[in-house]
Write a protein that binds this ligand. Structure first.
Ligand code: FAD
Length: 563
């Protein structure tokens, strides 16, 4: 039984999932998987944990071996085989065996490119010195483990505070290594909005990570004793046993470009909704492709394992005559660092603003991970972005110790279904005291947002505070107020508010605030119904205390207020 010849370049997330799906759909196809490295179908996402020793055995990182792919799916897997050229006119690829040096050609009926993305190595002095690493595959991780063990490394600099950088920092710290994290942006976790990223920064500092923001590496040099010196733009230097660069990835699209395939953002390969390139016989998936942002519709790159796996299936479906479509990518992601879970889905506020979207609203809340009366509840810091016109959910971010990813997953699915905040209000979710609350944080986020859209409460944004003439009324208890409050705020506890209305002006706007935004909402309802012009400061002092310096300053500079 000999059928269609499907050749796949790249044998990990996108490539392997495409190969296995193609086999399930077409028993007669001849499927050949070419992988430049030693391993196929390995767990890239597990690499930081292998470096940290949480995953002890290298073997555990192998999700499927070439032998298993052969026996279970009848896939011809060729490792250490680099595809060096695509001859589109003849529908052939050129392959170089990295074992023998032999170069040969293979014809295809369908070609799938799943070459992934390579870690960026900035063009700075010393980037190739011994002890400077990037992490993409098992050999990289093995080299880092070996270096730590052989040199008894006790210090490390992680360059870049994105997902992988933070995971690496945590894993190195877990091994007893003193870690410094350098990030050129003024915040960690670039996909988050800065005020949400502050919760993460606080935790890193609390855990004694030497966190340096707003400072980029300018050079690496070697000391006489073999240590590295990491120098920064601001003139600082760090003497360290090793440095790991995690400053982002670049789509591996050279092969595609040289073959004349269309590329777009960051050089990523352009594909249609069936993952087909501008050549009808060539498909591309994973980190190497340009995708459509599900919220904004813009072209972008989103290097995540979930999309790569799903795109592999879509490409296989398309090759085998099915019409499954990729819906685009909304950037649902999660990261664990130093006991915190950081998760997000959809658009961030900074992305919306960059795209010129202004008719959005946002709410902050800090609900407990489960019923407060059941031991061990911890706060989940949440931000929900939604369209002011119809309440459509645009994005959500959450940081906390427990139950974070569950809430973001629910909202991610709601976004997929183009749902609104009114749907979140009504969502029926699991509840028992050890897992959640009868009003789940997802419900609460929906309710807070729906209150705004129904006009039950008007929200003030923290970034508007400094340029507003409003009187700030702090409705917490005196002890809470004494511990920390907004400059010039007066204190009228919620329980005394109805008796002290005469102290409040009828002709001046009032901003009410409290700890997390709940009591200020109650206060706003009291005052609104009594004819005061009132707004509630969303998220309360817990949000305020995490606003980075200069938060919202760009709005002031442009003479606008957010939204
Ligand atoms: P890859 O998985 O990178 O596979 C591409 C393969 O193609 C490579 O093995 C490469 O050697 C091979 N190749 C390239 N060019 C050629 C050629 N010319 N010939 C032959 N072979 C070639 N994502 C998440 O969603 N969650 C996480 O927690 C997460 N953690 C991560 C941690 C680390 C350390 C890393 C590196 C990535 C992580 N990711 C995570 C990202 C995720 O691994 C990628 O999005 C996903 O693997 C992309 O799949 P892909 O098939 O496009 O590329």
């Amino acid at each position: 039984m000999k059928g269609k010849r499907i050749l796949i370049v790249g044998g990990v997330a996108g490539g392997a999932s495409c190969a296995a799906r193609a086999r399930r759909l077409d028993e007669g196809a001849e499927i050949v998987l070419f992988e430049r490295g030693e391993d196929v179908s390995f767990a890239n996402c597990g690499l930081p944990y292998y470096i940290g020793g949480v995953i002890r055995e290298e073997q555990s990182l192998h999700v499927a071996s070439p032998e298993l792919l052969k026996s279970r799916f009848n896939i011809d897997v060729r490792t250490r085989s680099e595809v060096t050229r695509i001859d589109r006119a003849r529908c052939e690829i050129e392959v170089k065996s990295l074992e023998t040096g032999e170069v040969y050609r293979e014809p295809y009926a369908a070609l799938v490119l799943a070459p992934g993305a390579a870690p960026i190595r900035p063009a700075i002095e010393g980037v190739d010195l011994p002890g400077v690493f990037t992490v993409r595959n098992i050999p990289d991780s093995r080299a880092i483990r070996g270096w730590i063990d052989e040199r008894h490394a006790s210090t490390a600099v992680v360059v870049g505070a994105g997902f992988i950088g933070l995971e690496l920092a945590e894993n190195l710290a877990q091994r007893g290594i003193k870690v410094a994290v350098l990030e050129m942006l003024p915040q960690v976790m670039p996909p988050l909005d800065p005020e949400m990223a502050e919760f993460v920064s606080f935790r890193l500092i609390e855990k004694r990570v030497d966190l340096r923001l707003d400072d980029a590496v300018s050079a690496l040099t070697q000391e006489e004793n073999g240590s590295l010196c990491v120098k920064t733009n601001s003139g600082k230097s760090f003497i360290t046993d090793m440095a790991i660069l995690s400053v982002g990835v670049r789509p591996e699209s050279t092969l595609a470009k040289e073959a004349g395939l269309a590329t777009g953002v960051a050089g990523a390969i352009q594909v249609d909704e069936n993952m087909r390139t501008n050549d009808p016989k060539i498909w591309a998936v994973g980190d190497a492709v340009e995708v459509t942002n599900f919220i904004t519709g813009e072209a972008c790159v989103v290097p995540l394992a979930g999309p790569a796996n799903r795109q592999g299936r879509v490409a296989a479906d398309s090759i085998c005559g099915r019409t499954t479509c990729s819906r685009g990518v909304q950037g649902t992601a999660v990261c664990g660092a130093f006991g915190l879970t950081i998760a997000m889905t959809g658009a961030s506020e900074k992305l919306l603003r960059r795209r010129g979207v202004r008719d959005y609203e946002k709410v902050y809340l800090h609900p407990d991970s489960h019923a407060a009366y059941y031991p061990g509840a911890t706060p989940i810091h949440m931000k929900l972005l939604f369209s002011r016109g119809d309440g459509k959910i645009l994005g959500a971010q959450a940081v906390g110790e427990e139950g974070v990813e569950r809430r973001i997953d629910v909202i991610a699915m709601a976004i997929q279904m183009r749902a609104t905040v009114f749907d979140l209000e009504e969502a029926e979710l699991c509840y028992a005291p050890q897992f959640g609350s009868a009003k789940d944080p997802v419900n609460l986020a929906g309710m807070a947002a729906a209150n705004v859209l129904r006009g039950d409460v008007r929200l003030a944004r923290w970034e508007d505070l400094s340029r507003s003439e409003a009187l700030v009324v702090d409705v917490r208890e005196p002890l809470e107020y004494a511990a920390d409050h907004v400059d010039d705020a007066i204190n009228i506890p919620l329980g005394e508010l109805r008796e002290r209305l005469s102290e409040l002006p009828q002709d001046r706007e009032i901003f009410v605030c409290c700890g997390v935004g709940q009591r200020s909402y109650y206060a706003a309802r009291v005052l609104t119904q009594r004819g005061f012009q009132v707004k509630s400061l969303s998220g309360g002092m817990r949000t305020y205390s995490h606003l980075p310096e200069g938060f919202g300053a760009d709005d002031a500079a442009k003479g606008t207020t957010a939204g």
